[in-house]
Design a protein around this ligand. Structure first.
Ligand code: FES
Length: 642
């Protein structure tokens, strides 16, 4: 019989097919990536294609419609029910009548691009962890006694070419009801290409996944559509474990003082996670039962408490983790009220102080693929530091304490409306200008008072204190040794005697906000710890400069990188190569949610990371002392001079 040429874009794959061939079938033969849940039955609409206006049209192949069969009743029905954009066709229903160029839009591809990163980073394509397959199963027959599961497996092989899958008892328990309710038509969720995790009666195409970053202060989650990769809802809440202790060590102490206290904290975080699930499901207008997959990152203590593991071993040397591999289990095992057969994946921790959150950062920032020597710092209560390139990766944590988060600072507060986040100090008059979270105006704007009337000026947050100190240093208010210079009191009323030391009056209102000598000390100690940790890794790597610095975490995304360098928080580097990565740990959780191979990748990379224990390195103290000065006692900062 006659055949026709079919070209698929953007892949460019092409072949000749007999007239009348369904486009989807031709695509399958050519290995073209087109999605489908219903297996070509005209139900799911995932297989949509567009007849391209490409070269063939110009070469004189006439109008588009002539080359495809007309809308079938099935397509008509789909279009009436679910709506289809003009020019689109269901590739499983449209048959070839002549030469054609077919465009496969991104939303019809399984392996579409999902996490779009900054220019210098790779993009992430969807490689679904969970896929849905609609199948029609043979009814049981007295003369051919086989189990319902075996007939389902047979249907999956025949209709989808799937290999033999694992099926857990919990799935078998609900199988017969689903098959009968669906009239022998069911949709099956297959996890990692290996395991049946859910069976719904009839056609079902809702599958969501939740990626969560469990911080010691806040818990942030993104709900993603597992078939599109899109974030459909995001939510954050306070970690309720705060009532057991502000920071990590105080939570471990709580366990030491109160045997069984770890169970209370485990319960608290799991309850919060259930609240988070409810919140995102509500926002996405689905139910928590539509959540089929969850991924988690968190520091080692958060990790252990989530899993119901006593974190007491992490409270002291040698800081042994219960496991440094990724963990996978059922949602019910941690009391998550999502789909009862949902699977959980927790990224691996790296060392006793370097957690699954850092694994997430690595997955997101991919230093292990880079030619450039990259330093990544994730600043929280501890700074987690990664240094390396495609040849070698080192990781450590440094005890910065919570000063960078505004704690231990006399007028410090969390980043919230009313907190000062930007500061400029006039080099001559020493008068400050600042901005607070929740208001776009600088404080010297005539409308500032009116605009901030409701929120007030309440304190200074982590990024604000960094800027303020750096500006004080640049204006000569603070010496290289970090002393607020009393001699300046003669120049400006902003410098006030404060006992034996001096302080700088940042805001003369209510409350009055002052930067005291103790505040400067607290930041010096924190930044010296951060620098010393980074420097130690550089020593171990045998380098004295890095090509790139990435600041991860909420703090990193608010801070102005120039000021971080003015204070010497980070080593010298071309400022154009110092960037902030935002919540890279959370991005890593999202990548692990959407990309199967990323899970193998991170497990492999984490095994290769060399851990450096800062506490036992004698050089740490030496680096620390030098780093107390601003920006540093001896280390040169040529890039600051520019
Ligand atoms: Fe489902 Fe075409 S494959 S509608």
């Amino acid at each position: 019989g006659e055949d026709a040429l079919l070209v698929f874009m953007p892949s460019g794959r092409r072949g000749r097919f007999p007239l009348g061939t369904p486009v989807l079938q031709a695509a399958r033969q050519l290995g073209v990536d087109i999605d489908s849940v219903c297996g070509g039955r005209g139900i799911c609409g995932r297989c949509q294609v567009v007849v391209s206006e490409g070269e063939f049209a110009k070469l004189g192949v006439t109008s588009k419609g002539d080359h495809l069969s007309d809308f079938s009743a099935v397509e008509q029905r789909y279009g009436d029910k679910r709506g289809m954009k003009p020019g689109r066709r269901l590739s499983c229903q449209a048959h070839l009548l002549g030469d054609l160029v077919i465009d496969v839009p991104a939303d019809s591809q399984v392996h579409k691009q999902v996490v779009r990163k900054r220019a210098e980073m790779r993009d992430i394509t969807l490689d679904p962890v969970v896929r849905l397959y609609y199948v029609e199963v043979h009814e049981p027959d007295m003369h051919d006694p086989t189990g319902d599961l075996q007939r389902l497996e047979k249907a999956l092989t025949e209709q989808w070419n799937l290999p033999k899958l694992d099926t857990d008892l919990r799935v078998i328990q609900g199988l017969q009801e689903a098959l009968r309710k669906g009239g022998w038509k069911v949709t099956v969720a297959v996890h990692m290409g290996k395991q049946i995790t859910a069976v719904w009666p009839g056609f079902h195409d809702k599958a969501y996944g939740l990626a969560v970053d469990i911080g010691s202060t806040t818990i942030a989650g993104h709900l993603c559509d597992l078939s599109t990769g899109e974030v459909v809802a995001s939510s954050g809440l306070m970690n309720p474990q705060i009532r057991f202790g502000e920071d990590l060590m105080s939570r471990v102490s709580y366990v030491m003082m109160n045997p069984g206290g770890e169970q209370e904290m485990t319960k608290a975080v799991r309850e919060a996670l259930n609240d988070l699930c409810e919140a995102v499901a509500k926002e996405a207008k689905c139910t928590v039962r539509d959540i089929l997959e969850c991924t988690f990152v968190g520091n080692p203590i958060m990790h252990h408490l989530l899993l119901g593991i006593n974190p007491i071993e992490l409270g002291g040397a040698p800081f042994a983790l219960a496991t440094d591999g990724p963990t996978m289990f059922w949602a019910t095992e941690i009391d998550l009220k999502v789909h009862p057969n949902a699977r959980i994946y927790v990224l691996p921790c790296i060392a006793g102080h370097v957690g699954a959150d850092t694994a997430g950062v690595i997955l997101s920032e991919t230093p292990h693929e880079s030619d450039e020597m990259t330093l990544i710092v994730d600043v929280g209560t501890n700074a987690e530091i990664v240094l390396g390139d495609k040849n070698r990766l080192l990781a450590a944590s440094s005890p910065t304490g919570p000063a960078f988060e505004g704690a231990q600072i006399s007028c410090g507060q969390r980043a919230a409306p009313g907190a000062i986040e930007r500061v400029r100090i006039d080099r001559n008059t020493l008068e400050p200008r600042f901005k607070v979270i929740g208001c776009d105006l600088w404080s010297d704007h005539p409308d500032f008072a009116k605009e901030t009337d409701a929120i007030g000026v309440t304190g200074i947050c982590g990024s604000g204190i960094i800027e303020c100190l750096a500006e004080m240093f640049l204006a000569g208010v603070i010496t290289q040794d970090g002393v607020i210079d009393g001699a300046m009191a003669a120049t400006s009323p902003r410098i006030e005697a404060d006992g034996r030391t001096f302080s700088y009056l940042l805001h003369d209102g209510s409350p009055q906000l002052k930067i005291t000598q103790n505040d400067v000390r607290a930041i010096q100690l924190a930044k010296a710890a951060l620098y010393a940790g980074a420097r130690l890794l550089m020593d171990r790597m045998g380098i004295d400069r890095v090509d790139r610095i990435t600041l991860a975490g909420a703090f990193g995304s608010h801070i102005d990188v120039k000021y971080a360098m003015v204070l010497g928080m980070i080593p010298d580097c071309d400022l154009a190569k110092v960037t902030s990565a935002g919540n890279a740990a959370g991005t890593g959780a999202r990548i692990a949610l959407l990309n199967r191979s990323a899970r193998d990748e991170i497990a492999r990379v984490v095994k290769q990371v060399e851990k450096v224990e800062t506490a036992v390195e004698p050089k740490f103290q030496e680096h620390f002392v030098g780093a107390m000065a601003l920006p540093h006692k001896t280390a040169p900062y040529p890039h600051l001079a520019k």
